[in-house]
Design a protein around this ligand. Structure first.
Ligand code: NAP
Length: 301
């Protein structure tokens, strides 16, 4: 049986539009309604026939929904929920796709008192944004981490898990705080490092911008893909997951200092041993189907 019959998606960017497409492709009888605060985005969503219906207010989009999924930047979640709380049916479930979970759960619990809130995070994305950037297969073979509050109704949790399985994802359950720590190291810190390296390269005086671009295949270009990610989304992620990111950044800075010392003292063994360990991690990622073995980091051609 389908987990939901009438799904509303709030925020029709990369993730919201991918979810709309994936639901329509895998569960064609489910009615998908969409709303976005940006009138331009609503116009595009109508033009590309993204949903069965696009409404001009958040309230109108939820009136008969049995699931509402918030797909807006993480620090906009509470305000977006407050816009529709008065029109939300009593038995509807509210979920989201935000990249950090403890802060989002706190925002949604405050904005939707007494309502069923089951947050989730599909660990899938690209550096692009907007309704035209989405595609139906985005979640296929990727993980979706469901982070229910401690007292969540198990039936509601299972319905959310089933929705993500239906669109092709594998589902894991995690405590919100643990999710934030795991994602701080696997996603948030790598983005921060990429933003830093690309920023440093563009500020150099002794190496020109054109040299940086011309010789980028040496490794730099793979950082630029990550550093091209949406500025609003990532500003919000770092501020909403501040504690976990700062903890991981501290560890990273210590490890970086150790490498600096190894280079200064010609300690080749330390460098070689670390690079051997990290190569094994890359192999495990490929073995588990989370990336392509192609040397270009599995970009879509
Ligand atoms: P996106 O492409 O920028 O789309 C977000 C959309 O939400 C924009 O159209 C935005 O409108 C709209 N919006 C902002 N505030 C709103 C509000 N209060 N009510 C309704 N709509 C509102 O962003 P995205 O990449 O899809 O990210 C959405 C969420 O998914 C974020 O929480 C992010 O952390 C999470 N996520 C992202 C990725 C990824 O790789 N991108 C992966 C997993 C999870 P404007 O045009 O006005 O900004």
């Amino acid at each position: 049986m389908l987990p939901f019959a009438r799904v509303t998606i709030i925020g029709l960017g990369l993730i919201g539009s991918s979810l709309a497409r994936a639901i329509r492709e895998t569960m064609p009888t489910v009615r998908v309604t969409g709303y976005d605060a940006d009138a331009e985005v609503r116009l595009v969503a109508r033009a590309i026939d993204l949903c069965d219906d696009i409404t001009d207010t958040a309230g109108a989009s939820v009136t008969d929904a049995d699931l509402v999924v918030l797909c807006v930047p993480v620090r906009a979640m509470g305000a977006a929920a407050a816009e529709f709380v008065d029109d939300l049916p009593a038995d509807a479930i509210v979920s989201d796709v935000g990249s950090c979970k403890a802060d989002v759960l706190a925002q949604l619990s405050a904005a939707l008192p007494g309502r069923t809130v089951i947050p989730a995070h599909p660990v899938a994305g690209t550096e692009n944004s907007g309704p035209e950037a989405g595609f139906a297969s985005l979640f296929r073979g990727r993980w979706c981490i469901v982070t229910p509050p401690a007292d969540a109704d198990p039936t509601a949790v299972e319905r959310i898990a089933e929705l993500w399985r239906r669109v092709g994802a594998e589902v894991d359950m995690m405590d919100p705080a643990h999710h934030d720590l795991v994602l701080a190291v696997t996603s948030h810190l790598p983005h921060l490092i990429a933003y830093t390296i690309v920023g440093t390269a563009s500020d150099l005086e002794s190496v020109t911008q054109s040299e940086v671009i011309k010789y980028s295949a040496g490794g730099f270009r793979d950082f630029t893909r990550i550093a091209a990610s949406d500025p609003t989304m990532w500003r919000d992620v770092f501020l909403a997951n501040k504690d976990a990111v700062l903890e991981m950044l501290q560890r990273f800075s210590e490890d970086l200092s150790a490498l600096q010392r190894a280079i200064r003292w010609n300690d080749g063994d330390t460098l070689f041993n670390l690079f051997t360990r990290t190569r094994a991690i890359r192999r495990s990622i490929i073995e588990q189907g989370q990336d392509d073995p192609k040397p270009d980091f599995g970009r879509r051609h």
